[in-house]
Design a protein around this ligand. Sequence first.
Ligand SMILES: *Cc1c(COP(=O)(O)O)cnc(C)c1O
Length: 420
Amino acid sequence: MTAMLNTATRPNWLRPSVIQPLNEHRNALKNGAEVDQDEVGFFLYDLDYLAQHLSTLMQQDVIKLWFAVKANPLSRVITTLAQQGFNFDVASQGELTQVLAQNVQAERILNTGPAKSKQQMKAFLTQGVRTFVVESLNQLQWLNEAATELSCRPQVLLRVQLQWDEGEKNPLGGNEVTAFGLSCQEWQTIKVSDFLALNINGLHIFQWGNMLSNERMFELWSQMVTPLLSLAEQLEMTLEVLDLGGGLGVDYLQTGQSLHWDNIVADLAKIKARAGVSELWLELGRFAVAEMGYYVTSVVDRKENFDQQQLVLSGGINHLIRPAITEQPFPVAMLRESQASESYFDLHGPLCTSLDKLGTLAIANDVGIDDQLIFGLAGAYGFTESMPFFLCHPIAAEYVLQQGKIEQVRAAQPATWYLR
Ligand SMILES: *Cc1c(COP(=O)(O)O)cnc(C)c1O
């Protein structure tokens, strides 16, 4: 079905400060040798916007903010977060190396993740990391041994998994049993005083993703306080830190719903007081970086098929897999300005699998071959979450926009870059 919408207007996620540099960049590319590789698809991160956004998030003294590095580990993104005072949550040696390489002090880094071996935790301690979110009884034992061997005393938060009556599923599990942390029942078998090399003074809980309602978030957080406080009491732990993870949502589906940061801060001040903790932590992923990012690719073919309007794009889930695994498309617009009214198009990528679809979205219906499409909210869970190797298309380039200028951080790479 071809639905017709009103005349195209620029969506609000597509900031004017981005369009002009992009058009200049495109013209420069047209005259240069880089054209073939870059036009397949590239990411652009608006670091001016990012710095401004982060500074708003930092203007409060209720929450200590960490950045979940998996959302976007690009060097220049990490540097911008570090400059604005964010700390870093890493879940692998690769992420740790990348954050340290940007001259971030190890004291500003914490380690989460269900797959921490003793060897890995010892290596993290050796590199100066002193804050760990522990997710199993083995991890606790191993970290205690490693800290004893290295004569240090790291700070530890125990990751707790709760169950709610109303079942709900999401990528983090929601109410499903996952590998993230342990139930209160399992944690109750320990006493914090048995781990002399560890300062166990916090609890961590994070089970819900991409929340868009302040009320619903507050409700979930509120329900966590009582079970967490009673767990701390049973473990004879002085609860000083409560870490509520991430999960603050962005409006991928453009429903008009969004979280208000001021409300989050006010709500968390209440949670902090009720829990009686001196520190309340969040590790933000998408809420910190999604809005600053764009993915640009071009139209290779346009056809009509069984009444569906189809666009085949030069980049798809090889660069941006999230729509295929969540059924939530990133919002899209045509880069070129158009007065034509909009129609719905199925947006297919270049991979020979029906999975390679970026959504069915409205675009000005004069869109044609070689037109560029720009996807918004692509600053989180883009480049590193995707499947770039399948079918050997080029790896996406990454650019940053800073002080109004576009700079290339990594060029597009052909498959010969990694094929052996
Ligand atoms: C992924 C992750 C986050 C960030 O999640 P967002 O939904 O992007 O905010 C925070 N904490 C932990 C432990 C994570 O694994």
